[in-house]
Each structure stands twice: as structure tokens, then as C-alpha cells.
Design a protein around this ligand. Structure first.
Ligand code: PMP
Length: 437
């Protein structure tokens, strides 16, 4: 029990102080540490902090907000679902088949779909499913790629202690089981020879190979031509389940996910974030045979079993979000605004002479403070942290909110206007000057 209410600071500092007294580090999600702001209002493209400052939002809660903050149509659908028939825990839930049908209609890998509540849930189920289907234990993933906090995948993407010679498969945090970590094979992103070697050595023991189709875990680093195709063919040859992590790209790079853009169909896809415009829904989609291994209570099949899985309010949010994506040109807006921001940033880089590069796809981008675009995690992490810190502070002071992370993708939502883009590009010009000092 906490004995005394903390008093002292007022405003945002006071809110942080109060939270720190009763929540570890004041927050329930690691990336929320390190800010002074406390956000109390969000609408469309903007968020407002407790002191009344408005920011154009390019964090978008790390990806879920795709239509715009507090979308009235989505919120009304949620209210209606929750007030009609909320979570019953019996049989198919309201809106469940409808959403699965919608996903099967647009996502190439999807013949069957199952729902859970977070990306971390989805990747954990994907590991269990792949192991149940193949009878194998090992998992392959790429260096720097983040797939959530399960022991089976929370390996090889720690930014701490990263050196040019550090091992690839270091655990991402404390408390992971070393035996599970040892069964994760980590390969450098875009390293064809390393990928072939890993399959030569471990191919017949691998249950699954996890990949983002377009790497957002360390910004915006596409697969080099042929790399995803090579992974696809090695998985097929060795009987390994290819899992495409569409948690950031699904319903954002395209309604059918990045797989519908790149033309490589995985055996299994995991998705979350943008599907429900901010409500907690995630899931797995795959072919009929593979997905048939999910959902049984048996020693040989994988279980999916969550009290909140497919909750009607989250399904209502997702069905409404997809309905809007089907009927309005949401992706046209996301791509046009994203292209305009990237072009504006490139022009500002050229004009200021900042030693920086910009890359991205659709609604997402990343500025690296290094002269060339990175092709893998170590290169991305060579982005100059001090320049980024000055750049970030300047943007924040001007009313532009981005991830504080130097090498994370930035993303806009479809409520962002051309005027917001122009304002942002102008702010970037000032921020680049401040970065180079
Ligand atoms: N995979 C990827 C590619 C992600 O970006 C994330 C979250 N940033 C996850 C998995 C985990 O999703 P969640 O935070 O919903 O557990």
C-alpha cells in the first residue's frame, strides 16, 4: 500500500511525479519514459499536452492511429457494440466472422484469421503454431527486428552494448529464459550469404522464420531486391513457416499489408496496430492447413485462449476502420502526404547541408544522421545520436511530435492536411539547422 499522496510539483511535472510514486518509472510501457509531456487531448492529426501546447502527431501511438485521433465514426461503432452485446466469452463474438471475411478478401496469406489483443500475443501464438505444425523448435529472425516481448523473439534487437563485433543473438532484456534465447538464430538484415548459411546449418530444425516485409524496427530499411524472395524460397525448401510481421505495415502500407505490395506471400502473417485505429486488436492470418493447428486443447496443437480475444468493441473498431479504408481513398492520402513530407525533408537536407538522409514508404519515414542510407541494424544505429537529440528537441519546441528514438519510423495519419505537411517541413528546416549547430 502506498502511504502518502505525492505533492510538490504542479502541471505536467506534478503528473509525472504522482505517476512515478505508484507506477514503475511512471509508465506501463517502456518507450513512454523520457518525456516531459503528459498528453490530455487528441483529435485528428493533433495532440495537446497538459499545458495546452498543440503538436502535429507523427508518433501516432507507435502506429495504431491511422485514420486520425478519436475518429468519431470508429468511436460510435465501439459505443454501439459495447452497449448492444459486450464480451460474452461464448462462441463467435459479434463482428468476428465479418472482420475475418474482410481480411481474407484483401490479405494474400489469409484463408483463416484468429484474433488476440496485442502484437506480442500474436507473435507468441505464431511461434507456438509454427512449432506445433513442424514439430521443430528453432526460430530465425533478423538483427534489430522487434517482434514483441516473448522470450522466443525478444532476442537480437537490443540497442545496448551494440558494437561492430557484438554477437547477433543477445537477449533484449532481463528475465528471458536462456534456453529459449539459445534457440533463436539471428541473421543480419539484407545479408544473403548469412541467410543461406543459417538455413544450411539450421534449416531442418527451424520451425519459423520471422521477418518484417519492410523493416521499421530500426526506421525505414527496405529489403534489398531479391532478399524476401530468397527467404521465401529457403522457407519452402526447408519446410519452415515464413511469418511476415505486419504489425506496423498491416492496414498502413496497404489494406492487404506489405505482402500485397511486395508480392511475396508468407505462410503466416501477424497484424495489429492500425487495424482498429487505436483499439487493442491483433491477430494471425494464414493458410487453412497451417491455421488448422491453432485452437485445440491438445499436446500436439497450439492453443489460442484469451479472455479478451476478439472482444466486440475492438472488432467494431476494426470493422469500421476497414469499412472506411474500403470506401474512402485513405491510402491515397497517406501516400501523398508521406511523399510530400519526404520530398520536403530531402529539400531541407539539401538546403541546410545537414549530413543526413531520409527514407520511407507510404505514410512512414525516418531521417538518419549519416551520409548514406543504412541497409542493416548496425548501420542504422550509426546515426548520430547527438544531432538527432538537437533535431528532436527543436521539432518538439516547434509543435511537432515524433518518436524520441533516433531510428524509429515516423508516421502520419490520414487526417494530416497539406498545411500540416508544409508546417512540418518548415519546422524540419529549422530543426536541421539546430542539429548541425
Ligand atoms: N512487431 C512489430 C513489428 C512491432 O512494431 C511491434 C510493436 N511496436 C510488435 C511486434 C509488438 O506489438 P505490441 O506492442 O502490440 O505487443
Amino acid at each position: 500500500m502506498c502511504s502518502a499522496l505525492v505533492t510538490g510539483e504542479s502541471g505536467q511535472a506534478g503528473t509525472w511525479q504522482r505517476a512515478q510514486a505508484v507506477v514503475p518509472r511512471g509508465v506501463s510501457s517502456g518507450h513512454r519514459v523520457g518525456w516531459q509531456q503528459v498528453f490530455v487531448r487528441a483529435a485528428g492529426a493533433y495532440v495537446w499536452d497538459q499545458d495546452g501546447n498543440r503538436y502535429v502527431d507523427y508518433l501516432n501511438a507507435w502506429g495504431p492511429i491511422v485514420l486520425g485521433h478519436a475518429d468519431r465514426r470508429v468511436n460510435e461503432a465501439v459505443f454501439s457494440a459495447a452497449s448492444t452485446c459486450d464480451l460474452t466469452g461464448v462462441g463467435p463474438q459479434a463482428g468476428e466472422a465479418e472482420l475475418a471475411e474482410r481480411i481474407c478478401a484483401v490479405m494474400p496469406a489469409a484463408e483463416k484469421v484468429a484474433f488476440c489483443t496485442s502484437g506480442t500475443d500474436a507473435t507468441m501464438h505464431a511461434v507456438h503454431l509454427a512449432r506445433a505444425a513442424t514439430g521443430r523448435l528453432k526460430i530465425l529472425k533478423f538483427h534489430g527486428a522487434y517482434h514483441g516481448w516473448n522470450d522466443h523473439v525478444a532476442v537480437g534487437s537490443s540497442r545496448r552494448d551494440l558494437t561492430p563485433a557484438s554477437p547477433l543473438n543477445t537477449p533484449n532484456g532481463g528475465g528471458l529464459h536462456p534456453a529459449v534465447v539459445a534457440d533463436v538464430i539471428v541473421v543480419e538484415w539484407n545479408d544473403e550469404a548469412g541467410l543461406r548459411r543459417a538455413f544450411d546449418e539450421h534449416g531442418d530444425q527451424l520451425a519459423a522464420a520471422f521477418t518484417e516485409g519492410y523493416m521499421h524496427s530500426f526506421g525505414c530499411v527496405p529489403a534489398e531486391p531479391g532478399f524476401l524472395g530468397l527467404l521465401r524460397s529457403l522457407c519452402t525448401r526447408h519446410g519452415v513457416v515464413m511469418v511476415m510481421d505486419e504489425i506496423k505495415t498491416g492496414f498502413r502500407a496497404a489494406i492487404g499489408g506489405y505482402q500485397s505490395v511486395c508480392g511475396i506471400t508468407p505462410d503466416l502473417a501477424v497484424f495489429g496496430k492500425a487495424i482498429a485505429n487505436g483499439y487493442s486488436l491483433a491477430g494471425l492470418a494464414g493458410n487453412d492447413a497451417l491455421m488448422g493447428h491453432l485452437g485445440a486443447y491438445s499436446k500436439s496443437e497450439a492453443t489460442i485462449d484469451g479472455t479478451y480475444n476478439a472482444s466486440p468493441y475492438a472488432l467494431a473498431a476494426a470493422n469500421k476502420t476497414m469499412e472506411i479504408m474500403e470506401s474512402e481513398d485513405i491510402f491515397g492520402v497517406l501516400y501523398a502526404r508521406g511523399a510530400a513530407i519526404r520530398a520536403g525533408i530531402q529539400a531541407a537536407i539539401d538546403e541546410t547541408g545537414a549530413p543526413a538522409t531520409v527514407a520511407g514508404l507510404g505514410s512512414q519515414w525516418c531521417v538518419y544522421f549519416r551520409p548514406q542510407l543504412p541497409v542493416n541494424f548496425r548501420e542504422a544505429m550509426e546515426s548520430d545520436g547527438e544531432m538527432h537529440a538537437r533535431y528532436h528537441a527543436s521539432l518538439l519546441a516547434q509543435g511537432v511530435l515524433e518518436p524520441a528514438f533516433p531510428t524509429g519510423d515516423r508516421r502520419l495519419n490520414a487526417s494530416t492536411t497539406e498545411a500540416d505537411v508544409a508546417f512540418t517541413v518548415e519546422s524540419v528546416r529549422v530543426a536541421l539547422r539546430s542539429a548541425i549547430g
